[in-house]
Design a protein around this ligand. Structure first.
Ligand SMILES: [Zn+2]
Length: 193
């Protein structure tokens, strides 16, 4: 668990600013709100694990930016894969889509490769997802089978690109999807070989 400590610097400025805001907006309370965090002159301090003092990490994780998967991705990476405090995380629209696009491949690979060179990662975890806006959503594929096959083929292409450049890396591929289970929507992770 992180301990969040909020330090307020420039208290006088804060109070004056808050008072002016209350006067101008007609608010009737001086209670702090979340939006206070956006005011200037505040320092937000979080504690990190001792492992953060390391100069390298074992794994680079590549995911799409899609907000629907963000929380589950963190749980999957930290807990299921056991990588807490031990990975670089790059989120890019479409996940590996721009890596396998010949027009952007070199640029994207060079950015991903920074993690390999600087943090000496030994393993890459690539996670793509169904209904990805980078691909135009599920509808762009015509069928569920076509979407699954295309996304799996793209993940394998991305793996080959990395292995061509860094043959000793371990590369793990996952395809995730939103699945309705009763009244709940769950994220399923499928390991792709
Ligand atoms: Zn996406």
């Amino acid at each position: 668990m992180h301990n969040l400590k909020l330090h307020r610097k420039g208290l006088l400025f804060y109070c004056v600013s808050a008072a002016l805001f209350c006067i101008s907006s007609g608010c009737a309370t001086s209670k702090s709100t979340l939006s206070d965090l956006l005011l200037d002159n505040q320092l937000i301090v979080t504690e990190v694990s001792q492992d953060a003092k390391r100069s390298d990490c074992d794994t680079l994780v590549i995911t799409c930016i899609d907000y629907r998967f963000a929380v589950e991705n963190q749980g999957f990476i930290n807990e299921t894969l056991g990588l807490k405090d031990n990975y670089d995380h790059i989120s890019i629209p479409g996940s590996i889509l721009n890596l396998i696009n010949p027009e952007t491949s070199d640029l994207v690979l060079s950015k991903f490769a920074l993690s390999v060179r600087i943090h000496l990662v030994k393993r890459i975890v690539m996670i793509s997802h169904k209904d990805c806006g980078g691909y135009g959503g599920s509808a762009a594929f015509g069928s569920e089978l076509a979407e699954h096959e295309t996304l799996c083929a793209d993940l394998r292409k991305a793996r080959d690109l990395f292995l061509e450049k860094y043959p000793t890396l371990e590369v793990n591929l996952f395809l995730e999807s939103l699945v309705q289970e009763g009244n709940e929507i769950k994220v399923h992770f499928e390991k792709i070989l």
